[in-house]
Each structure stands twice: as structure tokens, then as C-alpha cells.
Design a protein around this ligand. Sequence first.
Ligand SMILES: Cc1cc2nc3c(=O)[nH]c(=O)nc-3n(C[C@H](O)[C@H](O)[C@H](O)COP(=O)(O)O)c2cc1C
Length: 193
Amino acid sequence: MTMNPLKKFKQWHTAYTKIAATKLPSACCLTSIGSDGYPNSRFVSLKEIIENTFVITGSLTSRKGIELLANPKASLTFWWPETQQQIRIQGDASQIDQALANTYFKGRHKEAQIVSHICQQGIEIDNIADLTTLFEQKKIEFKNIDIPKPNDWSGFYIDPKHIEFMEFKSNRFHYRELYTKEQNSWSKMILQP
Ligand SMILES: Cc1cc2nc3c(=O)[nH]c(=O)nc-3n(C[C@H](O)[C@H](O)[C@H](O)COP(=O)(O)O)c2cc1C
């Protein structure tokens, strides 16, 4: 029987996290598809794996949110220099529920929570100082209270259909293993480098 690639992901990620020089060992490149048909990539942080899905968080009204809601196909790509490993994931995105979004929002730094409150991520602004002034005001307003999650802040499960693991080899025959999910079971093939 083929190994569940999510188990393999966790093994690689745990090993990488132990030796990673970066402060953000869960950073990955999320690609969504724009309404113009062009792919659109940016880094996000993988929050965790829940029931065999990869969870990410962010605004629903920024480009990533709008694009994933309109066309729920996504990819996540990891590159880990210390272990010379790349992981590519393609899958279907679906919004996480309110309770889980609240939990992640609560776990954010207070300053990040305030920024999520006052910013319309990705909207043009004439003067960033307007936002920093508002930030200082909100810091006072929210000083002793739990900051509620803004309605447009949430996250997505990425339910993987394909997961490819690649490991650099010094002889250039890089090892590539592609897992594909069909009817809830995974098959595996080895790819030429
Ligand atoms: C290492 C790294 C991690 C990031 N993590 C997140 C994240 O978890 N969620 C998020 O919304 N933005 C994150 N960002 C910011 C995004 O890259 C991006 O600037 C922002 O989400 C707006 O993207 P959008 O306009 O495509 O929605 C991160 C950026 C970097 C460089």
C-alpha cells in the first residue's frame, strides 16, 4: 500500500524545522488563479495540517481570498535550502469555519490583529501615515479587550490532489516522487529528474 504523503510531509517538515535557519519554517508559496486567467503567487505560512488538508489563513477580500473563493484551485510550494528539498502541492481550496478562524485570529500577535482590523489589504492608499495614526488610536481603544476577528479574516483548507517531493542529489539525478489521490487513495510514481 502507498504511504500517505501527508505523513511524509510531516516527517520532512519536522526534520526541516529542527535544523532550519529561518524564523519561518512553514513559509510556502501559495498560487491562486486570477480572474484574468493568470496565476498569482505570494508567500503565506502553513498553519497546520487538519484531516489531511493544509490550512492557511488571511483576508477573504484581498486578491488571494477573492481568487480562491472564485476559483478554488490552489497550489502550495515549499523550498527548504538546508535539506535541499522542494514540495509541490496542488489541491482544492475551501473556506475554514468561523470557529477555527476565531482560534487562529486569537493566536495572532495583538499588533497583527489590529492591522487586520484597520487595513483593506491590497487596496491603494495615498498616505501610509493615515494607517499608522489609526493603528496608534486602535492600540489604545483595544488595550484591555480581546480584539474580535474581522468578518473578512478567515482561511482555507487546501485538500491535496497531487503532492510531489523532490530532493536534490549531488549527482544531478534529483529524486522526484509524485503522489496522486484518486477516490481517496494515493498512488505514487517516480519522475525523471
Ligand atoms: C514569509 C511570508 C509569510 C506570509 N504569511 C502570510 C500569511 O500566512 N497570510 C497572509 O495573508 N499573508 C501572508 N504573507 C503576506 C503575503 O505574501 C501577501 O503579501 C498578502 O497576503 C497579500 O496577498 P494578496 O494580495 O495576494 O491577497 C506572508 C508573506 C511572507 C513573505
